[in-house]
Design a binder for this molecule. Structure first.
Ligand code: ZN
Length: 415
């Protein structure tokens, strides 16, 4: 533990004091600030080693230590309190040793606020064709040099310990949400066993929080069994995993609400891979606190700007002479300065266009969650949901039935 903070400079004293403070404190606490009297929505303050985080929160995803199209400084200016780093990419290149030398991922990317790192497992299953899961770990072929690599729960935690993230994710046995049969049950039980190996492997439990990931596919019995087992472990937080993988939305929300029904009230609930505005609002109503998704930044690179009434495809001809900002109500640096027409023209010639829209889209997500949170605190969340739906869809006939049903299940009736 001392190795990463013993390296020279005056700043070291400051971080040493901070480290002592955190060593004697629990590295995470959750205070429920307000609860919706109608639905399961709640507003909390999640205190993490680098700063407090207001929840519900959307966490933008960074890759290789930098957000695509946005700097750490800009992310800070938008009010982002926590973002994600990809363990898989960082573990391969530049490698955990180099990042440890830079005082962890915070030092490496010069980010003063909180970081969450994933286990690296999901990327392997989704990005790497050749991967094989055994009890020992996930075997895969490196896309960089073709070598066979075995990622074990111990190695995943070791890499995340080197990265120094505030929240680390357990290595889990991931199966696609569309897979059915005995493989789902096997993966669920293995994920519980791997959680125990991850807990044992964590070298920094006093300053790095390990989250469990609830699995069990779309089978309520398996989800419940996983919830029962994992909540017996005293981990700082829980993620709901294995969803958002192309399953029916009706199955999706039922698994989410089953999970939040059985997760402890005093710990954060992180729904992985969810980032569409509608899904965020519905899943807050179902009791989730934290979300991440590559969607807002990925879609920005294709010229799609998120707005309260859906999205603008800025490459389309209709914006060539449109001198309005993307969203007249948005206070982001892009909307304050540039018109749709300018961005439309820029997309033809310059990657700066992607950068401008990325900033807008991240700001949209963060603002949406701030507004959601404020409505919960003001005890007006159901009204907020109704106005949100009216703005997002031309008429109530266009409301997706899964969203209507999900909200109805927590007493928010749209029709
Ligand atoms: Zn904007």
């Amino acid at each position: 533990m001392a190795a990463s903070i013993s390296s020279s400079s005056n700043e070291c004293e400051g971080s040493m004091t901070a480290m002592k403070y955190f060593a004697s404190a629990v590295p995470l606490s959750l205070r429920v600030v307000a609860e919706c009297p109608v639905s399961k929505a709640r507003a909390c303050i999640l205190t993490l080693p680098h700063s407090p985080v207001n929840t519900p929160v959307f966490m933008p995803v960074g890759t290789q230590g930098t957000m695509k199209g946005i700097t750490a400084n800009q992310l800070e200016d938008l009010g982002c309190q926590i973002c994600l780093g990809n363990t898989y990419h960082l573990g391969m290149r530049p490698g955990p040793e180099l990042i440890e030398k830079a005082n962890g991922l915070h030092g490496f990317m010069s980010w003063k606020r909180n970081l969450l790192t994933d286990s690296g497992g999901f990327q392997m299953v989704s990005l790497v064709e050749l991967s094989e899961v055994t009890e020992e770990g996930v075997m895969f072929r490196s896309p960089y040099d073709g070598k066979e690599i075995l990622l074990t729960p111990e190695q995943s935690i070791s890499i995340q310990n080197s990265l120094g993230s505030d929240i680390m994710m357990q290595l889990d046995d991931v199966v696609s949400s569309t897979v059915k049969g005995p493989r789902v049950e096997e993966a669920m039980h293995r994920s519980v066993r791997w959680l125990d190996r991850c807990i044992a492997a964590n070298k920094n439990p006093e300053r790095q929080n390990l989250f469990a990931i609830i699995q069990g596919g779309l089978d309520a019995r398996l989800r419940k069994a996983c919830l029962d087992e994992m909540t017996k472990r005293d981990v700082p937080g829980f993620a709901i995993g294995g969803l958002s993988g192309g399953e029916e939305k009706d199955d999706f929300w039922k698994m989410v609400t089953l999970s939040t029904d059985h997760l402890p009230r005093n710990k954060p609930r992180y729904l992985m891979g969810v980032g569409y505005a509608l899904d965020l609002v519905v899943c807050v109503a179902l009791g989730c606190d934290m979300f991440d998704c590559v969607f807002p930044t990925r879609t920005a690179r294709f010229g799609s700007a998120l707005v309260p009434w859906g999205s603008l495809q800025l490459k389309q001809k209709q914006y060539a002479k449109d001198f309005h900002p993307i969203d007249p109500e948005c206070q982001c640096p892009t909307c304050k300065r540039h018109s749709r027409a300018y961005l439309h023209a820029l997309f033809k010639s310059d990657t700066a266009a992607m950068h401008h829209v990325t900033i807008h889209n991240i700001n949209y997500q963060l603002r949406l969650m701030r507004d959601v949170r404020q409505s919960i605190i003001d005890q007006k969340f159901p009204e907020f949901v109704k106005v949100f739906m009216e703005r997002m869809f031309p008429s109530p006939e266009d409301y997706p039935s899964w969203a209507v049903d999900a909200l109805h299940s927590v007493n928010i009736c749209l029709k």
